[in-house]
Design a protein around this ligand. Structure first.
Ligand code: SAH
Length: 240
């Protein structure tokens, strides 16, 4: 999968994209990321990328010409996504959607934002990473690249994305590793038993417990009609 990222601050991406899992995915050819400095697409002497807003008001607005030029110079298809607090709110389902695409372009705004003609005429989708306002779209783009990349086959160990939080409206069950006893706090016996069916049941139950307690909104969307879930929910209710 290939990401083209359009930004005024390509240097911001250096750290996050050159460590750990994203670094390895790029080295193994599963993922490629091209950073494009929008300023390089200016043709005026002073390389101006922003200007005062028509109608007045605080802050600067990114001009349309360099953004169009920058994207049009390299565009080879796929969604062109503007990072903006006004977009649809990013979640695991959107991450799965984007992971199907061979190419994705991400456009990062800065300052007060971007000339509306870019949004209307060039961009095909708008994504927000949450209901708060950042200084720029760069951190948001990094989050999208990170969440999408780890869903691509081969990037994580096979199977490790399957049970995860938000993959099916369920938060993940609690995880433990060695030692079995740490300062007297013991790992639940079931997990040490080696009994796979019982471990699966324990995990399902704890995932249901967590989701019900922490995210009633997700819990309400679960289908709990199976015999097994009915029984687990009875147990949970009794324990409350
Ligand atoms: N004045 C704009 C906000 C500008 S913030 C408004 O009120 O809508 C500057 C830039 O940061 C935006 O252009 C966008 O690219 C990015 N940004 C800010 N908050 C974001 C969020 N929650 N998700 C994604 N991008 C965001």
């Amino acid at each position: 999968m290939h990401f083209d990222i359009f930004t005024l601050f390509p240097g911001m991406f250096q750290g996050p994209f050159s460590e750990s899992i994203l670094k390895r995915a790029q080295e193994r050819g599963l993922l490629s990321i091209a950073l494009h400095n929008i300023r390089d697409a200016t043709i005026d002497k002073h390389h101006v990328v922003d200007d005062y807003p028509y109608g007045g008001g605080a802050g600067m607005v990114m001009k349309p010409e360099p953004i169009f030029a920058s994207i049009e110079a390299v565009y080879q298809g796929g969604p062109i996504i503007l990072m903006t607090p006004q977009g649809r709110v990013f979640n695991q389902q959107i991450a799965h959607e984007l992971a199907q695409e061979p190419r994705v372009s991400l456009l990062c705004g800065h300052y007060e934002g971007i000339d509306e003609r870019v949004c209307r005429q060039l961009v095909t989708d708008e994504i927000s990473i949450g209901d708060y306002v950042l200084t720029g779209g760069e951190l948001a783009a990094m989050i999208v690249v990170d969440a999408v990349s780890r869903l691509m086959p081969g990037v994580l160990t096979e199977g490790s994305a399957e049970d995860e939080s938000h993959s099916n409206n369920l938060l993940e069950y609690p995880q433990y590793t060695r030692p079995p006893d740490f300062r007297g706090w013991r790992v639940p016996d079931t997990l040490l038993s080696g009994h796979h069916a019982q471990i699966a049941l324990w995990r399902r139950k704890e995932a249901l417990r967590k989701t019900k307690q922490r995210r009633p909104d997700l819990f309400a969307r679960l289908d709990l009609s199976s015999k097994q879930d009915v029984k687990l929910m009875k147990e949970l209710d009794a324990e409350e």
